[in-house]
Write a protein that binds this ligand. Structure first.
Ligand code: NAD
Ligand code: TDX
Length: 339
């Protein structure tokens, strides 16, 4: 028997891609997927691998301290890979409270449970947004960039990063942290820029660009992020942080035009809409530490990743149409409840 990994947030976008990646690469390992199934959690992401023996789903909310401690003390995982979070910046502007509860309190509960059950290896999945917003000519973020979060989402992720580091320095919890750029790829919830634009165009709807469309993000194909986390788990130095990016800065307007080009649509499909409040201008990541120390490098080019992603959304209309209609939220009731 291999290792037992407890993955939080495994029914979300990156977590489900990670579970697919891990089960294929390390079939001898056991994955316990702990997820509350919020609006962002969808067990259909894992339909093809949902049967035992090397995968198990546990429905739980990381803000429930007792339940989390109970699960971790009975499962006794070799490692916890922590993805679960409220992840959408726009939702954090409309309602910040859940972000504090899940991202800050939830992370704290997991750290406590890890500490109280034998100092379990803990990898925390975080974001480049904790570093704030870059000007057009600023150097990219790296592991020494001071934290300067500006949205309730990034502030809650920054708080969680600080707690994770504090548990290493104070209690010797064997942690690592990754701060990653914007991911894209299969199973990306269609409230986020790329899947929203692709699915809107398939439906014949316009694509809403915030402000002047000149905000810049650094894009990474999700599989490359999974590989980075794999390497950190295998070879990363305990207590360290690794910045992970695609070396692929694009304005949102460039993203829109690329999607229009690949989908044979015209620019009349763009609709400029009101800007996001406090909209960070630019993110960019310098990944030289993880490249140098762990030998990681992004393998999927932006052109290839975008083609694969658009193809995936064309072939999986059933998946995202159920999300857009809300029907996906019945999947757990129908398929899991009596297990
Ligand atoms: P997502 O919103 O697609 O998925 C989040 C998952 O967490 C869902 O399955 C949801 O049900 C679960 N969850 C939410 N609250 C929970 C709670 N209280 N208890 C248990 N489960 C809960 O998010 P994602 O885009 O896959 O992001 C995963 C992680 O990666 C997050 O921590 C995010 O901050 C980080 N990250 C994301 C990106 C990105 O581009 N998406 C980039 C860098 C870092
Ligand atoms: O309809 C839209 N129109 C638009 O112009 C949406 C949804 C977004 N945008 C802009 C806002 C951003 O500048 O596109 C950019 C990307 O937006 P999102 O997809 O919402 O991502 P972002 O805010 O950059 O955050 C994402 O990357 C970092 C994830 O949601 C976070 O969880 C991750 O930490």
């Amino acid at each position: 028997m291999g290792k037992k990994l407890l993955v939080t947030g495994g029914a979300g976008f990156i977590g489900s891609n990670f579970i697919h990646y891990w089960i294929e690469k390390y079939p001898q390992d056991l994955i316990v997927n702990l997820d509350a199934l919020t609006y962002a959690g969808n067990l259909e992401n894992l339909k093809s691998i949902e049967n035992p023996p090397n995968y198990k789903f546990v429905k739980a909310d990381i803000s429930d301290k007792e339940k989390i401690n109970e699960i971790i003390s009975s499962e006794k995982p070799d490692a916890i890979i922590h993805y679960a979070a409220e992840s959408h910046v726009d939702r954090s502007i409309l309602g910040p409270e859940n972000f504090v509860r899940t991202n800050v309190l939830g992370t704290f509960n997991l750290l406590e449970a890890a500490r109280q059950n034998g100092n379990i290896r803990f990898h925390h999945v975080s974001t480049d947004e904790v570093f704030g917003s870059l000007g057009p000519n600023d150097a990219p973020f790296n592991e020494t960039t001071p934290y300067d979060p500006r949205s309730p989402y990034s502030a809650s992720k920054a708080s969680s990063d600080h707690l994770v580091r504090a548990y290493f320095h104070t209690f010797g919890l064997p942690i690592t942290i990754s701060n990653c750029a914007n991911n894209y790829g299969p199973y990306h919830f269609p409230e986020k820029l790329i899947p929203l634009f692709v699915t809107n165009l398939i439906e014949g709807k316009k694509i809403p660009l915030y402000g002047d469309g000149m905000n810049v993000r650094d894009w990474l194909y999700v599989q490359d992020h999974c590989e980075a986390i794999d390497l950190i788990l295998q070879k990363g130095k305990i207590g360290e942080t690794y910045c992970v990016g695609g070396n692929c800065e694009k304005t949102n307007k460039e993203i829109a035009y690329k999607i229009l080009e690949l989908m044979n649509e015209g620019e009349e499909m763009i609709e400029f809409v009101a800007d996001r409040k406090g909209h960070d201008l630019r993110y960019s990541i310098d990944s030289s530490k993880i490249q140098r120390e762990l030998g990681w490098t992004p393998k999927t080019s932006f052109e290839e990743g975008m083609k694969k992603t658009i193809q995936w959304y064309k072939e999986n209309e059933d998946w995202w149409k159920k999300i857009k209609s809300g029907e996906y939220q019945n999947y757990y009731e129908k398929n899991y409840k009596d297990r």
